[in-house]
Design a binder for this molecule. Structure first.
Ligand code: VAH
Length: 310
């Protein structure tokens, strides 16, 4: 059975629904500290879980015959800068709790997301490679990079089959984003429909690596279903789809809502965004497990506006 930790979050909701479609609702246990997301209700079992309580997690895994864990619980970049100690503690100890139980109970597989936030101002801005200078400048990025080394360690030393992707900014309509710097690219669609105006907290030419959630969910499942021998990266795979700026996503929206306007009022998140690469080289993921994105900016905009209008 599969356990999804952080199942009520932006990625968790969609990943839980996708896994339940493949493996059956009863075989995917959704867990979160928060209450069950509306979209999950009725689709399978839901349990309350504090990832920091290792004993409770261990009992849950034994009681529910869990063989795979997807750990999505984390504090993201913007929130993390407001609570550095909590972000480090939760992001790090949560992963170590899962990895140690996976080793002890010999679980089949573990999935844990990293992020393009591991890269810092000294990493190449364009086509940032899988291996390069990596000096994160946010607590979130530090915790994700440290986590990558722990994943590699548990694989090398104990044979834990833990797999990871460095997600770009993710855009979705099913559930709200969780306090990241890329959240503007979700808010803008909601405001375009409700106010026909969006005040953006990043400057107009802030290019960032982004991806539509359906692509991110498919990448996760394709990685987890790839044969072990195909996986050459046990830290975390670079993953790429689209890069755009607030100015470009606004133009994409204006093709559907001509009188939509945008204004810019950069805040502290601008510094975080400026520390990240503008585009990512994911040629290793393409080579190892045939990664290929499907949504470009205009296709994402059309699908977001269609589904948010419903
Ligand atoms: C964040 N959405 O903004 C996350 C993601 C690359 C960005 O890690 O923190």
């Amino acid at each position: 059975k599969i356990l999804v930790i952080g199942a009520s979050g932006q990625i968790g909701v969609e990943l839980t629904l996708a896994l339940r479609k493949i493996y059956g609702g009863a075989n995917v246990i959704a867990a979160d500290l928060r209450e069950e997301n509306e979209l999950l209700k009725g689709s399978g079992p839901y349990v309350s879980l504090d990832i920091m309580n290792k004993e409770m997690l261990h009992v849950l895994i034994l009681r529910q015959n869990i063989t795979q864990i997807y750990l999505l619980a984390a504090i993201l970049s913007a929130t993390g800068e407001k609570n550095p100690n909590l972000a480090w503690h939760l992001n790090m100890q949560g992963l170590l709790n899962v990895l140690d139980i996976a080793r002890e109970e010999n679980l089949h597989k573990v999935y844990w997301p990293s992020s393009i936030a591991v890269f810092g101002p000294t990493s190449p801005k364009q086509n940032c490679p899988q291996q390069t200078i990596i000096e994160p400048t946010t607590v979130y990025g530090i915790s994700k990079y440290a986590g990558e080394f722990w994943c590699n360690y548990y694989h090398q030393r104990y044979g834990v089959d833990v797999r990871s992707l460095r997600y770009p900014g993710l855009i979705s309509y099913k559930s709200a984003p969780g306090g990241g710097t890329t959240d503007y690219a979700v808010e803008i669609y909601h405001d375009a429909l409700e106010e026909k105006h969006y005040e953006c907290f990043l400057s107009e030419n802030t290019y960032l690596p982004m991806m539509y959630m359906p692509d991110a969910i498919r990448a996760t499942i394709e990685l987890m279903e790839a044969p072990q021998e195909a996986i050459s990266v046990r830290h975390s795979y670079n993953l790429s789809a689209i890069s755009f700026s607030p100015k470009e996503i606004a133009a994409s929206i204006q093709k559907h809502i001509p009188d939509f306007t945008i204004s810019y009022k950069p805040d502290s998140r601008q510094t975080i965004a400026d520390s990240w690469p503008q585009s990512i080289d994911d040629s290793v993921a393409q080579r190892d497990w045939n990664w290929k994105p499907e949504y470009d900016l205009d296709a994402m905009t059309a699908d977001m506006l269609k589904n948010l209008t419903k």
